[in-house]
Design a protein around this ligand. Structure first.
Ligand code: PMP
Length: 312
């Protein structure tokens, strides 16, 4: 990653350093997204569900009372420009809207908002082996907050403290990822992924009203599951809370996210899930997902923002 889009321009990354007095650095009021672009077989590339990610960025900003000084269309172009400036077709995009310098002690100040978009090459977030064989996860002692004290629908910088600590703890303890329970003890989601289980012919995921981020990959998977319910031998698709003991006896468990894509889970807290490898529903949904993002199957209108030849 050498070049970055910042406030409407492509600039060298070393010239994009914010000040030490950046309000967001001190207080966490900033919003971000994680978006992927995929190369297609025909030589083009497509950014997956870019419009939905940018919509969520604007909504997260609204929740924080932040005025993003760029339009949706300008940020679409910024995402394309930064991929091309870095010669990327397969890439991960990280738009970030943050508040500029606050005066020291200025918790209540509302400094101007800047937007930057970084782009980097990125393989499988939880490893190639994780994607094919499945990962081992720990149910964390960290929890997702309740709606009384937490803004779970928005992707706000400061809210990632708990996710970060849970992920670090899981890695330090030899696990691949952490799952977080909510304040009632239901298993809500991963540190940056939504949670699904398959049990007795039903595909189950916590509802949007739970303490989860309503993931765009989660929505993609729910739609694919509806379309392919017959082939996948799914009798029901249920959005409901998942108690810990039910998760341990699931036939299949998997995580979804822009970074994690569709990653099977083979072990939870030392308990083997199903056969200990990616099950048929997970495998079927994973390949349907990759066909969609890579342009092999036809995506619904507006889901793939195709951009052309690389500019060198
Ligand atoms: N939950 C959390 C806490 C996340 O950070 C993410 C990643 N954005 C997700 C779920 C998955 O969301 P998406 O599929 O939109 O990437």
């Amino acid at each position: 990653m050498t070049r970055i889009w910042k406030d409407g321009e492509i600039i060298a990354i070393e010239n994009a350093r914010p000040s030490i007095l950046t309000h967001t650095l001190h207080y966490g009021v900033g919003v971000f997204e994680g978006i992927r672009s995929y190369a297609a077989e025909d030589g083009s590339a497509g950014i997956f569900r870019l419009h939905d990610h940018l919509r969520r960025l604007f909504e997260s900003a609204k929740v924080c009372g932040m005025e993003v000084p760029y339009s949706h269309a300008e940020l679409v172009q910024g995402c394309i420009d930064v991929l091309q400036a870095n010669d990327l077709q397969d890439g991960y995009l990280r738009p970030l809207a943050y508040h500029d310098d606050g005066n020291l002690g200025g918790l209540g100040s509302v400094p101007p908002v800047h937007v930057a978009v970084a782009a980097a090459p990125w393989g499988a977030y939880l490893g190639d082996e994780g994607l094919s064989r499945g990962i081992r996860v720990q149910i964390s002692s960290f929890r997702r907050g309740s709606h009384e004290a937490y803004l779970s629908k928005a992707k706000i910088c400061g809210q990632y403290v708990i996710s970060t600590l849970a992920k670090r703890q899981a890695l330090a303890n030899g696990w691949d990822e952490a799952l977080l329970t909510d304040t009632e003890g239901y298993v809500a989601e991963g540190t940056g992924e939504n949670l699904f289980m398959v049990r007795h012919g039903a595909l189950v995921t916590p509802p949007v009203s739970a303490s989860i981020l309503p993931g765009i990959t989660r929505d993609t998977i729910l739609r694919l599951a509806q379309q392919q319910a017959g082939e996948l031998q799914l009798q029901h698709i249920e959005e409901r809370n998942i108690p810990r003991d039910e998760l341990l006896v699931a036939d299949e468990v998997f995580l979804t996210g822009t970074a994690a894509e569709v990653t099977p889970v083979r072990e939870v807290d030392g308990v083997t899930i199903g056969e200990g490898r990616a099950g048929p529903v997970t495998g079927g949904l994973q390949s349907a997902f990759f066909d969609l993002v890579k342009g092999v199957s036809t995506a619904p209108k507006g889901w793939r923002t195709v951009f052309g030849a690389l500019v060198r």
